[in-house]
Design a protein. Structure first.
Length: 158
């Protein structure tokens, strides 16, 4: 599941990057292509005491996109084209675990399903996301190649 390149990408994220700001941490979960967890903090809960829906959608987008970098013969770039989120229950306790499953990969697009669970609340199923990504592979020497650069920092040619 989690390969060293994805781990290196996470470790390279600057402190002000979304991944660091939301406390996303890679996890090893058997049977999925990529997984992350996120702590629940006061900064991300709404007036009802649950994680805001936009944060849940963001987590689904991030874990789904990172899964495309973690599979065999990974993509080098991806961009979300379509995302459908079904909210099942509010995440109240945490951490929230997100697991991604790459369903289909083609030459220029991929489909991913993401499941989110509130681990601290007996694994309550929080949300399901279905995503379609525009995705491509780049030559190893192309500076836009995030996997080869090993960094989320923008490339000089961006």
């Amino acid at each position: 599941m989690a390969d060293q390149t994805n781990q290196r990408l996470y470790e390279s994220a600057p402190d002000d990057h979304l991944i660091a700001a939301l406390g996303f941490t890679p996890r090893e979960v058997e049977g999925c292509d990529w997984a992350i967890e996120m702590p629940i903090t006061d900064r991300i809960i709404n007036a009802n005491g649950v994680v805001q829906g936009g944060v849940i959608a963001t987590m689904i987008d991030v874990v789904g996109g990172m899964a495309l970098f973690a599979v065999d013969d990974p993509y080098d770039q991806s961009a979300t084209m379509d995302m459908h989120v079904t909210y099942h229950a509010g995440a109240r306790v945490g951490p929230v675990l997100g697991t991604a499953y790459v369903l289909r990969r083609g030459g220029s697009s991929a489909s991913v399903r993401v499941e989110l669970y509130d681990e601290g609340a007996a694994n309550v199923h929080v949300a399901t996301g279905m995503l379609t990504f525009a995705a491509r592979r780049l030559p190893a020497d192309d500076q836009r190649n995030v996997r080869q650069r090993g960094s989320f920092a923008p490339s000089p040619d961006a």
